[in-house]
Design a protein around this ligand. Structure first.
Ligand SMILES: [Zn+2]
Length: 175
């Protein structure tokens, strides 16, 4: 209903007014209050409401943004660890080609295996643990979640390929 509660400008008593009314009679002091006086009061109320809404939205946005930043930081740390492990893994396996049954090959393979484990299980676990991940995609988008997931897969794969390529370049320089 279009009812606003305002204070009577004469006695301060609370009274209700419908928004399409031009005059109101105060039930406490009996004075007739013209529309304009009430309009100012009503507008003040509306502004206060608007400010409250804005402040609330800003708080929600800040929480959301912090949560997203946390997720991206966690993701980047895992990506970095994956890249370093993968690079070292490739280097150990690649540089030790001639020697059979070298412990370096075992360590290198283990590192690469860890990267694959991290990719397959670490990322889904991490994205589930951080609410910021869910805040990144738009709820109204139909395939938002699928797209987010694909993006994460592609990014992980890019990290994998890039670190392997860096290992390859280092090998070319060293050998
Ligand atoms: Zn009054």
């Amino acid at each position: 209903m279009n009812v606003v509660t305002i204070d009577c400008p004469h006695c301060g008593g609370r009274l209700e007014r419908r928004k399409d009314e031009y005059f109101a009679k105060c039930p406490y002091c009996g004075s007739e209050i013209a529309f304009d006086e009430i309009k100012e009061e009503a507008q003040l109320g509306a502004y206060r409401e608007k400010i409250d809404t804005l402040e609330h939205n800003e708080n929600v946005d800040t929480v959301k943004r912090l949560s997203m930043q946390k997720w991206i930081l966690a993701r980047n740390i895992v990506f970095s660890v994956m890249a370093v492990f993968n690079c070292i893994g490739f280097l150990l396996v690649g540089l030790d080609k001639d020697k059979e049954e070298s412990p370096l090959i075992t360590i290198g393979s283990l590192l690469m295996f860890l990267v694959i484990l991290c990719w397959m299980f670490g990322m889904p676990f991490l994205s589930a643990a951080y609410p910021g991940y869910n805040a990144l995609y738009r709820k109204d988008e139909r395939f938002g979640k699928v797209r987010m997931w694909l993006k994460l897969c592609v990014l992980s794969f890019a990290v994998f390929v890039a670190s392997a390529f860096i290992a390859y370049i280092i090998m070319k320089i060293v050998m």
